[in-house]
Design a protein around this ligand. Structure first.
Ligand code: PLP
Length: 511
């Protein structure tokens, strides 16, 4: 994507400054844009960092500055020349700084952040307690390799995570650097412990992009295309996505979860793989990238019972749904089910890279040297995680529950208000609105979703999609009612526009 070619510059801002580098970049072809000399970085363009002044209105909507501004375009152009094209940027937001649920781009324009850096910033941007914890730790030491030396900080964090994990049995923790690494560790642990080869994952799952986690995942064929062959010994089974039954059935919601578990036992275990060869079920309690899919209440108790029947460890991937996002520390707690292994990352350290695997002690019995890493349990990340836990425990888990309960009725009402909102679901501050072309056929409205997300960006609200046509809401857990109201009002104004367009009304969208 070369956004320089696609996006107009802001005339009024470009005029007074020497913008020749931008114009030159804009006129270059892809081939011409050689890697810039990184040792002579041009200074950022001298635009004032000012609050947006909203004076005029058009059809009741504020007329905001065209976004992105010229500095953003400048950096998007340079990014386009040197950064891997495999990234999936939805729109050209170039971060400058953030505070809580607000962020400012490099042109000084303010946005509300309903993405939390993809469900990572549990405590919001630059929470003073997190910044202080990182600073204090940085002054003491930054790294010492927990795999070879002892450190107090990871021990303290492990003890506190274990204290939060469901189940009264003893547990142990392995620290990682990311979500995918937590999943890889859990896959290895399950195979090592059971000495069984097969890992069972679910349709629509997303567990990461390294070979093991990618092999478990199947939320998008693109993630696998060109990367075959994948890891052997993976079996995929239906996930109870009630709005779009993976079994092609028409079960009542109460039966939907049971139907999927029954399928695993009666079909998968009978025709495809013997349960005696299954090392683990690996599952997202609420599917994230697959579209914020919430299983019905019957599902997890039945899956737990099936796992117990065949002595199969239950591994939950709480990388997106964990750390208080759903109004409980771990989403699986909403079903009252105790997993054997919990995989964590994202929100655990408020944006400093860290992951963790919490496992039953009698399962995490691999010997010294069987698995390790260099950076896992990095003290800066652990300091941020300890401060994150303090905030989650004292206020933020409760705030996630309260704010989720506050916005859910308003978002749910969209199913009636908009012809293209097919299904709204979620718990706490993990909410998805699935858009469809037609409520009867449920044809995915992916292009419409992308257009709505893009319009929201232009009006100062950062959103992300999930699945084929879901708008996802995963704001920082510090978000306030006023901020939620402000963001939802922007989104509703945009969706009203698209609704009017559908009915032949005039629209500012696309103008
Ligand atoms: C549920 C889940 N598991 C695993 C991952 C992979 O995490 P990471 O990108 O840190 O490797 C993600 C990332 O989006 C996720 O949502």
């Amino acid at each position: 994507m070369n956004l320089l070619k696609e996006l107009p510059l802001r005339d009024e801002e470009v005029a007074p400054v020497d913008n020749s580098p931008i114009k030159e970049l804009a006129l270059m072809s892809d081939e011409d844009v050689a890697a810039p000399d990184l040792f002579e970085m041009p200074a950022p363009l001298p635009y004032p960092v000012a609050a947006v002044d909203v004076e005029e209105t058009r059809d009741g909507f504020p007329v905001l500055p065209a976004r992105p501004g010229a500095q953003a375009l400048h950096w998007v152009g340079r990014d386009d020349a040197v950064i891997s094209p495999s990234y999936t940027r939805s729109y050209p937001f170039v971060m400058d700084h953030g505070k809580g649920s607000e962020v400012w781009d490099i042109d000084g324009d303010r946005y509300l952040d309903f993405t939390a850096g993809v469900a990572v910033l549990a405590t919001g941007h630059t929470h003073p307690a997190i910044v202080k914890a990182i600073q204090q730790q940085a002054e003491k030491f930054i790294h010492m390799a927990g795999t070879d030396f002892y450190m107090a900080q990871p021990v303290e964090l492990a003890e506190r995570l274990i204290g939060h994990a469901p189940g009264t049995f003893s547990k142990r923790v392995f620290f990682t650097n990311s979500g995918t690494e937590s999943i890889e560790a859990a896959m290895k642990l399950a195979r090592w412990h059971t000495r069984r080869p097969v890992l069972v994952s679910f349709f629509g799952a997303f567990h990461g992009r390294t070979y093991g986690s990618m092999s478990l995942s199947n939320s998008k064929a693109l993630h696998r295309t060109g990367f075959q062959p994948l890891l052997a010994g993976i079996q995929q089974v239906p996930y109870p996505y009630h709005y779009r039954c993976p079994l092609g059935g028409n079960h009542a919601e109460a039966d939907c979860g049971l139907a999927c578990v029954e399928y695993i036992e009666k079909v998968t275990f009978k025709y495809q793989v013997s349960p005696s060869e299954v090392a683990a079920f690996i599952i997202e309690p609420i599917q994230g990238e697959g579209g914020y899919v919430v299983p019905p209440s019957s599902f997890y108790p039945a899956l737990r019972a099936l796992a117990d029947k065949y002595d199969i460890p239950l591994v939950v991937d709480e990388i997106q749904s964990g750390m208080g996002r759903t109004g409980k520390m771990f989403a699986i707690e909403h079903w009252g089910v105790t997993p054997d292994v919990i995989c964590l990352a994202k929100g655990i350290a408020s944006g400093v890279p860290l992951g963790a695997v919490i496992a039953r002690e009698d399962l995490m019995t691999w010997p010294s040297g069987a698995h390790a890493n260099t950076f896992g349990g990095n003290p800066l990340a652990v300091a941020a995680a300890l401060a994150t836990l303090d905030l989650l425990e004292t206020e933020l888990i409760a705030n996630a529950a309260a704010m989720g309960a506050y916005i859910m009725p308003r978002i749910k009402e969209w199913e009636q208000r908009y012809s293209f909102v097919g299904n709204v679901r979620g718990i706490g501050l993990m909410i998805g609105a699935e858009l469809v072309e037609d409520k009867q056929t449920k044809e995915y409205a992916g292009e419409l979703r992308d257009a709505i997300v893009d319009q929201c960006f232009k009006r100062g609200l950062l959103l992300l999609g999930a699945g084929k046509s879901v708008i996802r809401f995963c704001p920082p857990l510090v978000i306030t009612k006023d901020e939620l109201d402000e963001g939802l009002s922007i989104l509703e104004a945009v969706m009203d526009e698209f609704e009017a367009q559908r009915h032949g009304g005039t629209s500012v969208v696309g103008s």
